[in-house]
Design a protein around this ligand. Structure first.
Ligand code: PRP
Length: 186
């Protein structure tokens, strides 16, 4: 028999179902749209985790709102389990954000170090406004003060996967959000 490397984790119990996520994303989009003035909105997704959330979020916004999207890819310095808060930009925005109303969209905020540093970087580019929208907030783990303007759900300090969140690159495609459970071979 060929020896196989088993994954260290597998999907566990559902924390938020597809229906719960869909409903919350609709509410968030409504709140954001209501608080966006006529100049429109540039929604900036932070790859890779926020891609799915941002895609659903902007599609819940009303057609009369001028919504544009862009993405950034960043690499956080630090260990595998802890970010240092110093980010290196791997893919930058496609255009200038000076004078724009910018909404940074993240799948999860944990220590807050990544988002805090990213906001510092974006502020130097002089947007008209800079708001944050995170789907999941592990608020008990916060180390850096970050103003989260829109939050989907608060989550406990557990390893969560699905709806963009990964475990070693896997499980982002799950339509619900689950815990990741240690794999035990039968
Ligand atoms: C996740 C998440 C944030 C960061 C939050 O990204 O998308 O960018 O971690 O952690 P912090 O609040 O402790 O700084 P990750 O590095 O897992 O990359 P990914 O988006 O590609 O999954």
């Amino acid at each position: 028999m060929t020896e196989k490397t088993l994954p260290a984790y597998r999907p566990g119990r559902i924390l938020f179902s597809k229906g719960e996520i869909d409903a919350r994303v609709r509410e968030l989009a409504g709140g954001i749209a209501a608080e966006t003035c006529g100049g429109g909105l540039l929604a900036v997704g932070i790859l890779n985790g926020a891609a799915i959330f941002l895609s659903d979020l902007v599609r819940c916004m009303p057609p009369e709102l001028d919504v544009q999207i862009d993405f950034m890819s960043i690499s956080s310095y630090g260990s595998a389990t802890r970010t240092s808060g110093t980010v290196r930009i791997l893919k930058d925005l496609g255009g200038d954000i000076a004078g724009r109303d910018v909404l940074v969209v993240e799948d999860i905020i944990d220590t807050g170090l990544t988002l805090s540093h990213l906001l510092d970087v974006l502020r130097t580019r002089r947007p008209a406004s800079l708001r944050t929208c995170v789907l999941l907030d592990k608020s008990t783990r916060r180390e850096a003060a970050v103003k989260v303007d829109y939050c989907g759900f608060t989550v406990p300090d557990a390893f969560v996967i699905g709806y963009g969140l990964d475990c070693a690159g896997k499980w982002r495609h799950l339509s619900d959000i689950r815990t990741a459970e240690p794999w035990t071979a039968e």
